[in-house]
Design a protein around this ligand. Structure first.
Ligand code: ATP
Ligand code: MG
Length: 408
């Protein structure tokens, strides 16, 4: 059979087994997030395009080429959210939330990227935004929270890379020196980086092709103000205090424009080029950029599909505890009522909804894989007891409905 419709490249169907994996991840995350004082937020899937252009930064990969933007029937330009932070900060302002506030989310995001392993066009992020805390302790706690989540998911080997990109002023100074350096090597740069040179020169250092060639590039650390240095050093002191290993990577810049000071990533083996599972940083300029008062903030997002891929996570989809097999019309009526009662008691139970032979029903019971099969035939009806078979041990018991319901 030729399929008439197929999913769009870069999107995925999340089937029952993986749905279970994801639910488990999110339940683990929720528990930990609550321990750190987070509340949960869900923002709209689409927003005014302008929100992302302003907040993500015009010169970023996301805004330049990765956004799903469309015009709605009213002629407005809308965009499917390419990341979570912009919507959360908009919601923070629009709902007059009072800082400090900790907001966490689990939501799908959309980017028109070239699909490959670990790189999708619709994917899910678990993210946190800590709005209204400027102290280096907030950066350190956010990093530590990220590590705690990833460890809880099952990661053993992780590399934490971090960097400081200072304040907007620090970065302006560094930018000028960097552009001067890059201009001299313009001909050696890849096409993407030649375009980025003036618009987003810091990204050039992070480029997979050009980055390694630019070994003698100026180092951002040398251009940080005293204040920025101290902020960064204090973050590092907390990490050391808590025994968290890190590696300073002065080329780490993040794809987005709104970051300031600390930027960080957790990397893992086994994902090939897409080895970052969690990325975040401080973004002291964003709230103001979106029309609020100057408000510091820090956060991260982790890619749920990359976590599942890296850890090779798998789970059993849910199965009903009982599957009822019947012989004859009377038994079938009896089964319908029994199942209704079981479900009302909070016990999962099911049966074949297409009247079929006992053999066919048993086959279905086996495929569904319920823990017990309940068999109801003429004998069972006349004795008012049903036969309950444990599908693992093969053991059978005759029970009245009352006994069965009590059993749970
Ligand atoms: P990359 O350098 O891989 O493009 P990014 O800097 O664009 O990542 P962020 O915007 O910081 O990534 O997103 C946070 C996390 O979301 C990433 O660390 C990654 O785990 C995940 N992620 C990003 N892009 C994708 C994608 N296209 N498909 C699946 N997961 C993704
Ligand atoms: Mg990207």
């Amino acid at each position: 059979m030729a399929l008439k419709y197929k999913k769009i490249k870069g999107t995925r169907d999340i089937l029952p087994a993986e749905s279970e994996v994801r639910e488990q991840l999110w339940q683990k995350a929720r528990k930990i997030l609550m321990r750190y004082g987070y509340g949960f937020i869900t923002t709209p899937t689409f927003e005014a395009t302008e929100l992302f252009v302003r907040s993500v930064g015009e010169a970023t990969d996301i805004v330049e080429k990765e956004m799903y933007t469309f015009t709605d029937r009213g002629g407005r330009s809308l965009t499917l959210r390419p990341e979570g932070t912009a919507g959360v900060v908009r919601a923070y302002l629009e709902n007059h939330m009072i800082p400090p506030v900790k907001l966490a989310y689990y939501e799908n995001v959309f980017r028109a990227e070239r699909p490959q392993k670990g790189r999708l066009r619709e994917f899910w992020q678990i993210g946190v935004e800590f709005i209204g805390a400027g102290d280096p302790l907030a950066d350190a706690e956010t990093i530590e929270l990220g590590l705690t989540l990833l460890k809880e998911f099952g990661f053993k080997e992780l590399k934490l890379e971090l960097n400081s990109i200072g304040t907007v002023e620090d970065r302006q100074r560094y930018r000028n020196v960097l552009i001067e350096y890059l201009e001299k090597r313009k001909d050696e740069l890849c096409g993407d980086c030649q375009r980025r040179l003036y618009r987003n020169p810091l990204r050039v250092l992070d480029c997979k092709i050009d980055g390694p060639k630019l070994k003698d590039a100026p180092n951002i650390m040398d251009y940080l103000s005293e204040y920025s240095r101290r902020h960064f050093d204090t973050v590092l002191e907390y990490l050391e205090l808590w025994g968290i290993d890190y590696e300073i990577n002065n080329r780490l810049v993040r794809g987005l424009d709104y970051y300031t000071h600390t930027v960080f990533e957790f990397k893992t083996a086994g994902l090939g080029a897409q080895n970052t599972v969690l990325a975040g940083g401080r973004y002291d300029g964003l709230v103001e950029e979106l029309g609020g008062p100057p408000t510091p903030a820090v956060g991260f997002a982790l890619g749920v599909e990359r976590v599942i891929l890296a850890l090779n996570l798998d789970a059993q989809p849910p199965k009903p505890e009982y599957f009822v097999v019947t012989h004859g019309d009377e038994a079938r009526k009896f089964a319908v009522e029994l199942i209704r009662q079981l479900r009302a008691e909070g016990i999962s139970a099911d049966m074949s909804h297409n009247p079929k032979s006992m053999k066919a029903q048993m086959k279905l019971a086996n495929r569904i894989g319920s823990r017990y099969t309940i068999i109801i035939g003429e004998d069972e009806l006349s004795s008012q007891k049903v036969k309950v078979r444990d599908m693992e041990s093969g053991e059978e018991k005759l029970l009245s409905v009352g006994e069965l319901l009590k059993l749970g």
